[in-house]
Design a protein around this ligand. Structure first.
Ligand SMILES: *[C@@H]1O[C@H](CO)[C@@H](O)[C@H](O)[C@H]1NC(C)=O
Length: 379
């Protein structure tokens, strides 16, 4: 018993918090497994918690971060965790102020579980950075959470409040589930939050974002590339809608098989949105939006456009990123009277194999600018 406690404390390498020892009843009888179990459970806390966790992460198989105050300009770097590690956020995680690009938190590894304990909050206190300019200028703002190279892993029950700018960056992930994640950037509505995308997905295969709750000031979801991406049971409010793209002009420009299902989008600029980049190449195939409800949409209920350049529409679509097999099923709701119900701007021959059924968006204007609309769709 004494030996294993020492092992455990050594493993912490100076963490300020005591490590916790699993109850004796859980410990298996062999010395080796007992040592492994006991060395594995580490708790870090306070202003030195981040540095200690970064130093000791590879010797812990459970990492509890309790009321950690991450210093300014430091990433809570939980990359390269050993296989099977569980990371638990407890209490309030805070971050010092610095103008930099972040990220504030980064996690990578295989068979990783990241979860928020009941009542836990990752508080970005974004108003310190917000200036209404997001990533387009003003202060340099740190991105919040990199979930890069997470393989066969889960992120559960995390509650993120007031991100300075984009929240979850999901990149090079394989079989990653994010369940019951909350992004609450509601304060940004009146205090200058901008480009606070909740989930940006790129170059990933097998991403399952289930039951997220989002209030932000940009895309609820933006898929720039990847395959087999699922986004279900979402409530999205305040932002720019559930988006594919802009696709094109990056190193990876293929979007293949995205299922967006059972989502509600309220008080947002757009509902359903697919954008591709003017003059670029790539492809968008097999995107499905099913059982989607819209209300309080201020720009477009449904918008598909192939004319984006430097983040703005040109009005001139090109065919280098074809959009094939776009299925909309039971997409319904209302937009503001000044908004447009449906807008489709395709280049000749660049949108095909679409299946729209049960699509009903009302309350706004009918667009007169649609081009090359596939037969099952309607503006
Ligand atoms: C749809 O999503 C809501 C959350 O917005 C969830 O409570 C509900 O169980 C989901 N329904 C189905 C059929 O998946």
């Amino acid at each position: 018993m004494v030996a294993s406690i020492k092992f455990c404390l050594l493993g912490l390498l100076g963490a300020v918090a005591a490590s916790t020892i699993p109850g004796a009843s859980e410990i298996k009888p062999t010395v080796a497994s007992a040592l492994e179990r006991r060395s594995a459970s580490c708790t870090f806390t306070g202003s030195k918690g981040a540095a200690s966790a970064i130093k000791s992460k590879k010797s812990c198989s459970t990492i509890t971060l309790k009321d950690v105050a991450v210093p300014a300009g430091t990433t809570l770097d939980l990359t390269g965790l050993k296989d099977g590690t569980t990371v638990i956020f407890e209490g309030e995680t805070t971050f010092g102020y610095k103008e930099w690009t972040g990220p504030l938190v980064s996690v990578s590894g295989t068979d990783i579980t990241v979860k928020g304990a009941s009542g836990a909050i990752l508080n970005g206190d974004g108003s310190r950075w917000w200036d209404g300019k997001g990533t387009n200028g003003g202060k340099k703002k740190p991105k919040f959470f990199y979930a890069h190279k997470m393989i066969n892993s889960k992120i559960q029950n995390l509650y993120v409040k007031n991100s300075p700018v984009q929240v979850f960056s999901i990149n090079n992930a394989k079989e990653l589930t994010l369940d019951h994640v909350t992004v609450n950037n509601a304060d940004g509505d009146s205090k200058g939050g901008h480009n606070t995308d909740a989930f940006d997905v790129g170059s990933s295969t097998g991403v399952y974002i289930t039951n997220p709750s989002v209030h932000n000031q940009d895309d609820c979801l933006a898929v720039n590339s990847g395959k087999n991406i699922h986004f279900t049971g979402a409530t999205c409010t305040g932002g720019h809608g559930i988006s594919i793209g802009s696709v094109g002009g990056r190193s990876d420009n293929t979007v293949d098989t995205v299922n967006i299902e059972n989502c509600s989008i309220t008080n947002s600029q757009n509902g359903v949105r697919v954008k591709t980049v003017y003059g670029a190449t790539g492809s968008v195939k097999g995107v499905t939006y099913k059982d989607i409800t819209l209300s309080g949409i201020s720009k477009y209920g449904i918008v598909v456009q192939q004319d984006y350049k430097n983040g703005s529409p040109t009005g001139n679509p090109t065919n280098g990123v074809p959009i094939t097999g776009l299925t909309l099923s039971n997409v319904k709701g209302t937009v503001d009277s000044s908004a447009t119900n449906v807008y489709v701007l395709c280049a000749s021959g660049a949108c095909s194999g679409w299946k729209w059924s049960g699509v009903s968006v009302k309350g706004g204007k009918t667009s007169s600018k649609c081009k090359n609309v596939p037969s099952s769709a309607k503006c």
